[in-house]
Design a protein around this ligand. Sequence first.
Ligand code: SF4
Ligand code: SF4
Length: 170
Amino acid sequence: MTSKDTPKDTPKDTSKNIRFPFPGLFKGLGLTGKYLFKKPATVMYPDEKEIPVPRSRGVIALDTEACTVCMVCSRACPDWCIYIEGHKEEQQPEEPGGKVKVRAELDRFDIDYGLCMYCGICVDVCPFDALFWSPEYEYSEHEVVDLLHDKDRLTDWLGTVPDPPPLEPS
Ligand code: SF4
Ligand code: SF4
């Protein structure tokens, strides 16, 4: 039998082509219903506050006693938003005949949070453990210039830095 012999008026089997109308609509409604009675993922800030995880990146705290004014963090910052100034001071020996030591003193240490992108590079590269992440996040300002935190303010954040996690048993 060739194609010429195929009867043109043979009725097609349409039972396989019948589909439920608007399947997407009912699928969407089903999903909405699924989430309708779930606890919302958002909170009514500032009436309600979420407690961030201890190691979240909220703000950077500075330990001025540990900082040696080495400028490593400032040079590594991709945004150039760390401003450091310092000077050197001679320290007289404690005992006669001892060596005079030279110590770097920190005059200025500012971080501009209007520019910071919270990459954490400064904290990671500091060779003297002088920078720490704090989970504190409530420091928004009306003026962007007020997002420049000086060394006193950065030092104040130290009180909000959580203790390091306990070491794993070896
Ligand atoms: S977190 Fe990143 S962008 Fe912010 S001050 Fe540190 S290095 Fe710069
Ligand atoms: S890298 Fe650390 S020690 Fe060096 S200037 Fe920055 S905070 Fe201070």
